[in-house]
Design a binder for this molecule. Structure first.
Ligand SMILES: *Cc1c(COP(=O)(O)O)cnc(C)c1O
Length: 356
């Protein structure tokens, strides 16, 4: 399912592959998320997609940005001076620990000691890695992220007047639905802390693009368990995934040992998401082609890379002709910016931003 704006624009882009961002759709989506959250603070996790035009739209709806590196920090503070920044990330350098912030998410007792050694003021959330099962999550953030309860306890006596403990931060997993995230919230709100950042990880279904995270239920659920505490969340994927499209064209079709393939310009070096997550990237075909075709059969859509991993979608029953425009959906998060752009030295995609 693509918006009318994208359907109109995609065949007229000229050079493809190209990324197409539907800014009015992002604006509408972010506004509805904001409304659903009431008094819960909303930060955007910049690593999902740091595109400046997207950030400009989001800035009108979010309370701040979560930056996980000096690079992201420089990017958002240059674009939006004065907008609050939460600084996170494992393995912060001493230079990163010196960056100005609204909150800094401390990942270990040693990191806290290094923060104290800077002599600068800081407002800290301790990142807790809670011992909670997360069934069905796409990616669990166990392992090295944050601290267990013992690590948190080790930090508590270290705080000073200048380096203040504000509360807890957590980011449990990627791909959680509202009831799962509410269970997590209840467990964290049992702690004494006045302020809790519940992280991101709101589920985005690439298999069922129409099934969206239930922001209304999450917002209402958080309001019910919040007490007097200051609550914040920092989603990435669920804010920007839907507004982005990767537009390309069929350059060849063929059958090899009975399997039908459509070869597309570009590849997973531009849109790595299906390769990393192992899913079929949803798409719409616009019939702009006049060349040879495949009709009503399972077709595997691949790119131009010389590797069998360069697959967008497998055995999707559809039709495709050489010259058809293929619009991959849900390419607004963890897409271009996580891709290995220089592999094979094909041209880079163009970037287009649709406005109202
Ligand atoms: C990646 C990340 C996020 C955003 O996660 P999404 O799954 O994109 O919502 C939020 N907080 C932290 C600490 C992260 O590492």
């Amino acid at each position: 399912m693509i918006t009318d704006r994208v359907q109109d624009a995609a065949p007229r882009l000229g050079e493809v592959p190209a990324y197409l961002y539907d800014l009015p759709a992002l604006d509408e989506h972010a506004a509805s998320v904001r409304r659903a959250l009431g008094g819960i603070e909303l930060y955007y996790a910049v690593k999902a997609n740091p595109d400046a035009e997207l950030l400009r739209v989001l800035a009108g709806h979010v309370d701040g940005f979560e930056a996980s590196s000096a690079g992201e920090h420089a990017h958002v503070t240059t674009l939006f001076p004065g907008k609050p920044v939460a600084l996170g990330g494992p393995g912060k350098t001493d230079a990163e620990l010196r960056l100005p912030h609204h909150r800094i998410h401390v990942e270990s007792p040693n990191e806290l000691r290094r923060l104290l050694a800077t002599g600068l003021e800081a407002d800290v959330l301790l990142r807790l890695n809670p011992d909670l099962p997360v069934e069905g999550a796409a990616l669990t953030m166990s392992g090295p992220f944050g601290m267990d309860e013992q690590g948190v306890a080790e930090c508590l006596p270290l705080f000073t007047e200048r380096v203040r403990l504000r509360g807890l931060h957590t980011h449990l997993a990627s791909g959680l639905d509202a009831p799962q995230l509410l269970t997590l919230a209840r467990a964290l709100l049992d702690h004494e802390h006045e302020e809790v950042n519940l992280g991101g990880g709101m589920a985005v279904s690439y298999a069922e693009p129409e099934s969206r995270f239930d922001w209304a239920a999450y917002g209402a659920g958080l309001a019910a368990v919040r007490g007097g505490k200051r609550l914040r969340i920092e989603p990435g994927r669920a804010l920007t995934a839907y507004c982005g499209y990767y537009v390309t064209r069929v350059v060849d079709v063929k059958r090899v040992r009975g399997e039908a393939y459509a070869i597309l310009l570009g590849g997973t070096h531009h849109l790595r998401t299906p390769a990393t997550k192992g899913h079929d990237q949803p798409f719409t075909i616009l019939p702009t082609g006049k060349g040879p075709g495949l009709a009503d059969e399972p077709i595997t859509f691949v790119g131009q890379l010389c590797t069998p991993k360069d697959v967008f979608s497998r055995k999707i029953v559809t039709s495709a002709r050489v010259g058809d425009t293929v619009v991959f959906e849900m390419a607004g998060a963890y897409a271009w910016n996580i891709s290995h752009h220089d592999f094979l030295m094909h041209p880079k995609p163009a970037f287009h931003h649709l406005r109202a």
